[in-house]
Design a protein around this ligand. Sequence first.
Ligand SMILES: Cc1cc2nc3c(=O)[nH]c(=O)nc-3n(C[C@H](O)[C@H](O)[C@H](O)COP(=O)(O)OP(=O)(O)OC[C@H]3O[C@@H](n4cnc5c(N)ncnc54)[C@H](O)[C@@H]3O)c2cc1C
Length: 521
Amino acid sequence: MIWEKLKIILSIIIDLFISLCEIPFLIFKTNKTISTPVRFKSQHQHKLDITQIATEIRSITNHNPSVQIVMDRKSGEGHSTRSTAYKDGKYRINISSLNSIIEINQHEEYAEVEALVTFEEVCKATIKYGLLPAVVPEFKSITIGGAIQGLGIESTSWKYGTFDKTVIEATLITGHGNILYASEVPDLWKNLPGSNGTIALIVAARIRLVQATEWIHLRYVFYPDLSNFLNDIEKKISIQTNTGWIGDNQVIDAIHFCGKNQTMNGIVAMYGGCVSSIPRNASIRKETVFSSFFYQHVKSILTKKKMTNDHNETNLYEDYIPTLDYLFRHDRGAFWAAAEVASTDPLIGFIFRRPYLLCLLNYFLKTKTLYKIAMLTSDQKRESTGMIQDVDVLPDRAEEIINWAINKDLNMIWLCPVRCHGTDESFFSVAQPNTPFVMNIGLYGVAKDLPQSNLDLQRLVIKLGGKCGLYAHIYLDREEFWSCYNYKEYIRLREMSGGHVFMDLWDKVAGIVFSKISIKR
Ligand SMILES: Cc1cc2nc3c(=O)[nH]c(=O)nc-3n(C[C@H](O)[C@H](O)[C@H](O)COP(=O)(O)OP(=O)(O)OC[C@H]3O[C@@H](n4cnc5c(N)ncnc54)[C@H](O)[C@@H]3O)c2cc1C
């Protein structure tokens, strides 16, 4: 345990050093960093690497049929709020060699990438060709494999759905140690997204790329309440286009400012898309070490603008943002989670309110580093300090979640519509049949009565027919948890493919909570 923590501290120090070297790049130019080199690999080398992993799985399961296999990512890597204690005593499979891009096919508009390639790496490589993945989750270090296993979404999800829906083909390694293509096992593949690595390993994916440019034009639109926002996006969502990231209304998400201390409450939606030119005198926002957090930028737009009329839709502002800055706009500070938690400490809160001091801490504010820092504390401490949850409900149930959040003193809520693909969805999916879209609601910040309120929220979500993100601590007991998913089918798929060698989903996402966090059930 101490050794694990020392390793995290060492990795934070190394990252800090790299980050200090990056400051000149960040001050003078955007999108040039030295910490994320894009690696390429031949198909031949990729095959050798995955064969080695498959052979290791076969050999370990032959030796010990009751073995439990987990992925050997370091503590603080990944985007789960849980500690890695669930891995103790399990066999750790190392897939760190799977970190390269194999091919970018500009003409057929796809990229063949290994599972541990991050979205920052993919986007940096493909934007040069005027292409981007159709869905790009907003933290730089989310990986391709993680986004499939964790049902990644972002502001283009209103038209494409969860990230896995943009995967053309995937390469899997089963618990039997077999290398398979997703298209060879359609029922296994259909239910694999969202299973958090408990059915099979993903080792590579061919992902869909769509047209994009280096700049995004964003419009900030005010709505006094949720129903105005929902009415408007329903109209926008009914118009489907095939221009990829290019054009207006290609990206849709919103921040609901709702805290009791907000100077102005309401929803600011952000609509826009890639453009090929920027008008003279246009407002430009580039991410530098001196930039405010993106949510602060949105909030200042809302506060500065004096509302002059009562129209349902009020255009507040518009600006142009380098596309890579836009994609990862919430990476610094993990939305507003870091700032909200910091506000509970007078000294850190003081620093957070001063941009010139904040720029010195810039590195520590990358989501990747915030995770490492968070992992230095215990699960109980972390869970009692802040709430990090994404929940998905039908749009007409979103208000109930928002009211719950307001009662728990959350100040800001992220809203992101996610298109549903009918019966073509995994049973872990956030999507629901017979509805065009669900609303993803991001609840990040300091909430009342934690961690107890987190359990209350999860029960409320079930009652409303929704689903919770499984990256967070799950407080439901085994029975409540499986009432949300098709357990029989899950077991069948695991038995069919040898998936029982991977940890059971409830054990993985909730087991640790039962042993480490005291809560009233
Ligand atoms: C504050 C917060 C906000 C978030 N907001 C968003 C959001 O807006 N959009 C979004 O898309 N996501 C969001 N996420 C969730 C995030 O995308 C998922 O947690 C995602 O799974 C993280 O990917 P990762 O690469 O870090 O994977 P990890 O966290 O390392 O892994 C996630 C799970 O998948 C398994 N896994 C990972 N890779 C593989 C593989 N190759 N084969 C088999 N199993 C694998 C892991 O074992 C683990 O159980 C948010 C998370 C947080 C904490």
